[in-house]
Design a protein around this ligand. Structure first.
Ligand SMILES: [Zn+2]
Length: 362
């Protein structure tokens, strides 16, 4: 593809690597890694997007950053290396689903979720083989920070996986939990812990990309911005600013400028809210209530944006029946912030309706 040559012509030692990750009935699946190498030695930042095929703002934001970087800096303005994998899951991206299917299976629940396949297995399922290629290739680059870019229905945050207190960084020997939280807190969004342990195990989050790097002693986090199968400008702006914060002088110091540090443009109210609301204290993601009845779920107006503070017992929505009559109230089970509502309006009994950020008392 000439796109990269045109976009970056002459600016950097930029290389792309194509790695064949596996064969399908349609032919081999290849992954394209983009490497931007500065003139001087320095840290390595890994940026991954498109692990889920219906989270397009993560990819749009990464490209916005790369484009802006090329316009602002020549190779002698850069220390170290940025390694990007914008399209981590080509199959899911082509199918515009979070997971992917390889055969005629049409049940979305049976799609393979690449973000539950790490660190991968060279002889496993297709997802595990894809994960293995991504993980081993990126681990070989000895990254100082891995950022996995995702979207969720509303609001934004940085999620850090649980890290054993005695785990140390693969490179520096520094306590991994300290170094990871220190980096994550400089990215400009509110930082939260992942789900409580039981939910974490049940959701197999230990097999996510970020968790696999944490287990290998590499600082890693997951960035969530609002979005779905259509890329939106505000979310792309948040992603771009998060990456600027990562490369800036006060974080990894890959570029000298302190561009947009911490403060996002006013055009990104979701990011601003995330930072200002979650800036103090430590929060965990907490699953919200499930639907008591099936029907049409309607969150209370004003709450659907996310980051609304709610008290335990507060009415947060209602479920309407076939004649649009109310069949159930939905109340908050905790004191905390509404993280996001599920992005479906028709719910079945037992479906999860929303998630919370809850302050940790430790
Ligand atoms: Zn995702």
């Amino acid at each position: 593809m000439n796109f990269w040559k045109n976009a970056f012509g002459g600016f950097y030692m930029i290389r792309t690597y194509e790695v064949v990750a596996g064969d399908t009935p349609c032919g081999p699946v290849t992954l394209k890694f983009i490497e931007i190498k500065g003139k001087y030695a320095g840290p390595t930042l890994v940026l991954v997007s498109g692990v889920h095929g219906d989270e397009l703002s993560s990819i749009g934001g990464l490209y916005l950053f790369l484009d802006e970087l090329a316009k602002l800096y020549g190779e002698d303005g850069i220390r170290g290396k940025i390694l990007a994998l914008p399209f981590a899951n080509p199959l899911a991206l082509m199918q515009r689903t979070w997971g992917f299917q390889l055969s005629g299976v049409s049940d979305v629940a049976l799609h393979e979720n690449l973000n539950r396949c790490f660190p991968g297995d060279p002889t496993g399922t297709f997802g595990e083989r894809l994960a293995h290629v991504i993980f081993t290739y990126l681990l070989g680059m000895t990254p100082d920070l891995v950022i996995d870019l995702h979207c969720m229905p509303s609001s934004s945050c940085i999620i850090v996986d649980p890290i054993a207190p005695d785990a140390v960084s693969r490179h520096s020997g520094i306590v991994l939990r300290d170094i990871t939280w220190n980096l994550a807190e400089k990215l400009g969004l509110g930082v939260v812990h992942d789900f409580p342990d039981e939910e974490y195990q049940k959701e197999r989050l230990y097999s996510s990309l970020s968790a696999a790097f944490i287990q290998a002693g590499i600082p890693a986090c997951t960035v969530e911005v609002p979005g779905g199968p259509v890329s939106v400008a505000e979310s792309e702006g948040i992603v771009k600013s998060v990456i600027w914060n990562a490369v800036s002088a006060r974080t990894l110091n890959i570029v000298p400028a302190e561009k947009e540090l911490y403060n996002f443009p006013v055009t990104c109210p979701n990011a601003w809210l995330s930072r200002s609301e979650l800036g103090v204290g430590k929060y965990a993601c907490m699953p919200g209530p499930r639907a008591e009845k099936s029907g049409f779920f309607r969150p209370l107006a004003g709450l659907a944006k996310g980051f609304c503070k709610v008290r335990k017992g507060t009415l947060i929505g209602e479920i309407l029946g076939g004649a649009l009559e109310k069949v159930a109230d939905v109340r908050s089970p905790v004191d905390g912030f509404l993280a996001y509502f599920s992005n479906v309006s028709m719910v079945s009994e037992g479906d999860r309706l929303c998630w919370f950020f809850v302050e940790e008392k430790k």
